[in-house]
Design a binder for this molecule. Structure first.
Ligand code: NAP
Length: 253
């Protein structure tokens, strides 16, 4: 059943973000997704979601450019007014991201900076710019990673930035509590998407290694994550706040 709720999902053109958009639409939540370069896929997601009976829109956003967020929020607000008859969103999912292998000793500072911009600076400043646009009583979900808890050689920068996002989420849960806005992190284990060149999905040996180190004996699928994000964008999760929820089937326990 269609609700009057609206979610903004960054990186909604593929992978986990695409799945989240569909799962939110299944709950009757209208969605705005962002994409970076892939307008064709983003348009397909909009069509998928609209077929479920909710409103949807795709906007271009490069999350590595925080100085573009003010203009992005102005564009978003204008479109919300004209297409959704509101200037507010209820849910923000900071999902957009890339996985880059950066072993100590071979990490360019520019790559370190790019990862920091995408995985830490972007969630912080997008939330800050969207504060007036977020309805009180809403929710923010920041997508972290199992790699914030356990380690994989070459992912120290990525994993540390995800750990930073988890701590940020606890701080923001406290700061936004007076507005009844919940802030949580979802930390996926290894999931079969395009992420990291699609290795979890396409490399059979790697997929098997993940399955062997996961209590439930398989790699993750986008549905495993989308369902949890949809739950966090619902009243059923009203008392979950400031939490890191790992969704990994029990990886590296
Ligand atoms: P994916 O399939 O590679 O999709 C990445 C999405 O992010 C795409 O929509 C892409 O847009 C967008 N994106 C990439 N760089 C961007 C930028 N600079 N600005 C704006 N958007 C950008 O990856 P995924 O598996 O869905 O990953 C989503 C999130 O889950 C990431 O934060 C990732 O760190 C996290 N995560 C993933 C896994 C996993 O194993 N898959 C595990 C733990 C955590 P375009 O389509 O336009 O390129």
């Amino acid at each position: 059943m269609k609700t009057n709720k609206l979610a903004l999902i960054t990186g909604g053109s593929r992978g986990l973000g695409r799945n989240m958009a569909n799962k939110l639409a299944d709950k009757g939540i209208n969605v705005v997704i962002t994409y970076h370069t892939n307008k064709t896929e983003a348009d397909k997601v909009v069509a998928e979601v609209q077929a479920k009976g909710v409103e949807a829109l795709a906007l271009q956003l490069d999350v590595s450019k925080a100085d573009s967020f003010e203009a992005f929020v102005a564009e978003l607000t204008g479109l919300l007014n004209s297409k959704f008859n509101t200037d507010k969103i209820d849910y923000l999912v900071n999902n957009a991201g890339v996985g880059l292998h950066t072993p100590l000793g071979a990490t360019e500072m520019s790559v370190f900076d790019a990862l920091t911009d995408i995985h830490f600076k972007a969630p912080y400043f997008l939330i800050q710019w969207l504060l007036p646009s977020l309805n009180d009583g809403g929710a923010i979900i920041n997508i972290s990673s199992g790699l914030a808890r356990f380690t994989a050689p070459g992912y120290s920068v990525y994993g540390s930035l995800k750990a930073a996002v988890e701590q940020l989420s606890r701080y923001l849960a406290k700061e936004l509590g007076p507005r009844q806005i919940r802030v949580n992190c979802v930390a996926p284990g290894a999931i079969e998407t395009d992420f990291g060149g699609g290795a979890v999905r396409d490399n059979a040996d790697y997929n098997k290694m993940i399955a062997n180190t996961t209590a439930l004996g398989r790699a993750g699928l986008p549905d495993d994550i989308g369902d949890v994000v949809a739950f966090l964008c619902s009243d059923e999760s009203r008392w979950i706040n400031g939490q890191r929820i790992e969704v990994s089937g029990g990886a590296n326990l």
